[in-house]
Ligand binder design. Structure first.
Ligand code: ATP
Ligand code: AMO
Length: 433
């Protein structure tokens, strides 16, 4: 629409055409107000029954809430209006009427449960505080991309239909690929590694991953968006530096550029973390967890950290932290072990006090050691030949990591459920919309 003015830009003295949704209609008898909402904000439109054309008043007073409307008129100063200005209409057009019965109330006056909200996401995201979450999510992605570019990363896209899984712990979604067995990819892991051996050297990808998680939890999705990073000629410590850099950049960008959204979400004390994240070895982590006395059973070396264990440590540390030097046995085959202690791996996790955000590590780039790793984990190396064979043609030492975007949004904004951080979540029950 060429002549459209955003409501936030309507200045007294202008004649404007605004377009948006009928947010609210208040009829006070002689005078009535229509509030029009667009992406920039809201504006009041005044109908004075005795002074205006009857047809115009008739149209204005019969607009159903959430209809799409277009209003042309003069903007006037009015201290009693919510934004100190109002439009005195000359033309009002209903472009797309809304049913009077709405499945949920975008003005937020009536609460809706999450399931109703997700079934009606279009209406739900009309609520400014819900829209704010997705504006912040977009800002996080923008800042992370910019950070990757500043450290020389090249954005890549890898296939989502693949022949093998990589992340042992979770199940795969099978698909039929022209009569052949195939899967939805759990992670770009093997492809990003193949690319550090290419002329690109340092790569990143922001894309979907698919995991057939059996249970419904507030922090697992069956389709999530992952931010993956991988670089040649760095070790796991340098990979953690980049990981920390992206997260600091994301928090700073939100603090600097999303104040309005943070206000809508009720954060008056949002502060980007400034310090370096502490780095604990796995051994130190389990000692500290045991010392909290929060667990019924003491952890022993080799145990994975349960949700309760992560919570006990998270409560004590109170901010982001890394856990390094995990037992090799509980890390995937592609993670490198220490040469002088093969029980110990160069894998790491970045934790938020509420949950794990990132897994990563130094990778095994030596062909023979990689093949041995497959066998130790009970995997058939021949299935992975498309990957392993490139390790025979000059694969540099490399390291990388990945985080789930939804978990970053969820922990940053203290959302209760990961589904609030994704527009159209896929979970056990939800396949549409
Ligand atoms: P990821 O699965 O990506 O590694 P995560 O946070 O699930 O991330 P895990 O080490 O797999 O990390 O699990 C941590 C805790 O979460 C464990 O206590 C595990 O039992 C629990 N958990 C993991 N997946 C599920 C799931 N699908 N349903 C219920 N609990 C889960
Ligand atoms: P991992 O399996 O730990 O590691 O996944 C990395 C991060 O992705 C997020 N994530 C999820 N978020 C929501 N729902 C899920 N079902 C889900 N699964 C994972 C978490 C998790 O920490 N290839 C390795 C990474 C690497 O080493 O580079 C990997 O996939 O935030």
């Amino acid at each position: 629409m060429e002549d459209r003015t955003y409501t936030a830009d309507a200045e007294p003295g202008d004649t404007v055409t605004v377009a948006g949704w009928a947010h609210e209609l208040r009829d006070l008898g002689g005078i009535a107000f229509l509030i029009v909402r667009d992406t920039s904000g809201k504006i009041q439109v005044k109908f004075e029954k005795d002074e205006m054309d009857d047809d115009l008043v008739e149209t204005g007073l019969n607009i159903a809430r959430e209809s799409v409307v277009q209003v042309t008129g003069a903007v006037e100063e009015e201290p009693r209006a919510p934004t100190d200005v109002e439009i005195v209409p000359e033309e009002v057009e209903v472009i797309a009427g809304a049913d009077p019965e709405l499945p949920l109330d975008p003005s937020g006056k009536v609460d809706a449960d999450l399931s109703t909200r997700l079934d009606n996401r279009t209406l739900d995201v009309r609520k400014p505080e819900v829209k704010a979450i997705f504006e912040i999510r977009a800002e996080i992605l923008r800042a992370v991309r910019e950070y990757f570019r500043s450290v020389g990363g090249t954005e890549i896209n890898t296939p989502k239909i693949v022949a093998t899984g990589t992340e042992g712990g979770t199940e795969l979604f099978p698909v039929t690929y022209f009569g052949q067995e195939a899967f939805m990819n759990q992670s770009p892991q093997l492809f990003k590694q193949l690319m550090v051996g290419s002329g690109l050297e340092r790569v990143f990808e922001i894309g979907p991953i698919f995991r057939a998680e059996e249970h419904n939890t507030p922090r697992h999705l069956n389709e999530a968006t992952m931010i993956d990073f991988e670089s040649a000629f760095i070790d796991h410590n340098e990979a953690m530096d980049v990981c920390e850099g992206t997260l600091h950049a994301a928090y700073q960008a939100v603090e600097e550029n999303c104040q309005e959204q943070l206000d809508l979400l009720g954060y008056d004390d949002f502060a980007a973390p400034e310090e370096d994240f502490p780095r604990l070895t796995y051994e130190e982590a389990i000692e500290r967890i045991n010392a909290t006395g929060e667990l019924d059973e003491q952890l022993v070396w080799g145990d994975d950290l349960s949700t309760e264990a992560e919570k006990a440590l998270g409560d004590e540390i109170g901010g982001h932290y890394f856990i390094t030097d995990w037992p090799s046995e509980i890390k995937p085959f592609y993670i490198q072990d220490y040469d002088d202690d093969p029980e110990l791996s160069k894998g790491f996790d970045l934790m938020h006090p509420r949950m794990e955000l990132v897994s990563g590590g130094q990778r095994e780039h030596r062909f023979e050691a990689l093949e041995e790793g497959f066998e130790q984990q009970g995997l058939d190396p021949s299935q992975f030949e498309y990957y392993t064979k490139m390790f025979r043609y000059g694969m540099p030492p490399h390291a990388g990591w990945a985080y789930g975007v939804e978990r970053v949004v969820m922990t940053m904004l203290d959302l209760d459920n990961i589904r609030e951080a994704v527009l159209f979540p896929r979970d056990r029950q939800r396949l549409s919309p």
